[in-house]
Design a protein around this ligand. Structure first.
Ligand SMILES: Cc1cc2nc3c(=O)[nH]c(=O)nc-3n(C[C@H](O)[C@H](O)[C@H](O)COP(=O)(O)OP(=O)(O)OC[C@H]3O[C@@H](n4cnc5c(N)ncnc54)[C@H](O)[C@@H]3O)c2cc1C
Length: 402
């Protein structure tokens, strides 16, 4: 770690913002994180983390902390929700862990966020300013100024905008439209005692289609289960989060097997997400400001990689600053070139996975044939591009296609 007096500003105290703060401190900078909420925190829901995310968490110095709170799954599995037949099963066992150098895991979002927060606080070099919503950015030769909702002007050497799917910094520099999917997601966490015994698998499990899917997996040593259900809404949707209603969830999911359908009767309260993504963009660095995480590449959740990408972004940014210390334009350019194609592939693959999960009619029959007889080795080979990421290969090399 080198030491510099420069302070870098981070907009957003989510997983991306905290990961960025840790990466910057590891390069010797002081960091100020601005969070619009009154407290730095995360929502009560689970998430899946691939080995690539653990490589990133390791590089940020909090891998052990995160691993200690995660459940390492034995497999991931997809069933057809109409007839209950198994469509595909990928082992995430010891052989998978050996191959990718880290586990596949399911974890409470709060536990990932807390691991990053504890790591950041422990450095003593990250200041947090809550109830501060960044609304505008100005730049000059020597630095950036952000302006918050009170008109307060805050100065730093550079800005990392990790302000999420509705990033105001992206709106200022890019102003591209969101692509509302019309897919609605309901999420809940259920105690083990209330979760059906016949579904207590140590796996990331998915029941697919038609025009809907259901996901469940254990959290916190199997004491809780995460339940996520997604369907195509009958009505026009506006992008955002609202309180959900059990009656609405129950009005969908007709004609699916009882084993899967029992999931929708479980939660006492649901949160409702009307989802969106944006088309990938090739430029997300603007002088001394750059985007990171969902602000840079908002995606549907179907690849379960949004947070993994935010963690990778942060590590890659740190590596770019190792190559170009204090040269924000060059470092941000290298960071962006190293990330654009990979994260765009996730966004576009997410759209395809949504189609596969929600297939109906003949498309459903095709989906159910896709992976028949495929060996574990071939599955793992197919996932190499995704899970084979690590700190030593994260930067675009000279000669790589741009
Ligand atoms: C249903 C669902 C399931 C998912 N499952 C997975 C999964 O299994 N695995 C996975 O890897 N990812 C998953 N994701 C994606 C993941 O949740 C996101 O990609 C990740 O949280 C992005 O982190 P972030 O820090 O970029 O953004 P956010 O988590 O949105 O954080 C942004 C922060 O910035 C703050 N903020 C916003 N605007 C401002 C402002 N102007 N000024 C100051 N602060 C501001 C916000 O309050 C927030 O705290 C899922 C997403 C959804 C919707």
């Amino acid at each position: 770690m080198s030491d510099t007096q420069e302070t870098v500003l981070v907009a957003g105290g989510g997983i991306g913002g905290l990961a960025a703060a840790l990466a910057l401190v590891r390069r010797g900078y002081r960091v100020r994180v601005f969070e619009q909420a009154p407290e730095i925190g995360e929502i009560g829901a689970g998430m899946q983390l691939g080995p690539n995310a653990f490589h990133a968490l390791d590089a940020l110095g909090v891998g052990e902390l995160a691993r200690s709170r995660a459940v390492f799954t034995d497999f991931m599995v997809m069933h057809d929700a109409v007839d209950g037949a198994q469509v595909g099963r990928i082992l995430t066992d010891e052989r998978f862990r050996q191959r990718f150098g880290n586990p596949y895991a399911v974890i409470h979002r709060v536990d990932v966020h807390t691991a990053l927060l504890e790591g950041a606080v422990a450095t003593g070099r990250v200041d947090f300013q809550t109830s501060t919503r960044i609304e505008r950015v100005e730049q000059d030769e020597a630095g950036v100024t952000v302006i918050d909702q009170r008109g307060q002007r805050l100065r730093g050497a550079a800005l990392i905008a990790a302000d999420g799917v509705k990033s105001v910094v992206r709106a200022q520099y890019v102003n591209d439209p969101a692509r509302v999917t019309g897919h609605v997601v309901y999420r809940a966490v259920v105690d083990r005692a209330e979760f059906p015994e016949d579904l207590r698998w140590n796996a990331a499990s998915l029941w697919a289609g038609p025009k809907c899917h259901l996901v469940h997996y254990p959290l916190r040593g199997g004491e809780q289960y995460n339940v996520v259900v997604t369907f195509h809404s009958r009505q026009p949707e506006a992008w955002g989060v609202t309180e959900g209603s059990k009656a609405e969830v129950q009005s969908y999911f007709q004609g699916i097997v009882p084993m899967a359908r029992q999931l929708i009767d479980l939660p006492r309260s649901w949160k409702r997400w009307a989802t969106a993504d944006r088309d990938p963009i090739g430029t997300w660095s603007f002088g001394r400001a750059t985007l990171l995480g969902d602000a840079a590449h908002p995606t549907t959740q179907y690849m379960a990689q949004g947070a993994c990408m935010a963690l990778e972004d942060a590590v890659t940014l740190g590596e770019a600053l190792r190559v170009h210390p204090d040269d924000w334009t060059k470092a941000f350019d290298l960071y962006q070139r190293s990330r654009v194609a990979r994260t765009a592939r996730i966004v576009l693959s997410g759209r395809e996975m949504g189609r596969i999960y929600h297939a109906e009619g003949v498309e459903r029959l095709v989906r159910n044939q896709l992976w028949k007889g495929r060996s574990q080795e071939r599955f793992h080979d197919a996932l190499e591009w995704l899970y084979g990421w690590n700190v030593s290969n994260c930067l675009t090399q000279p000669g790589d296609p741009s």
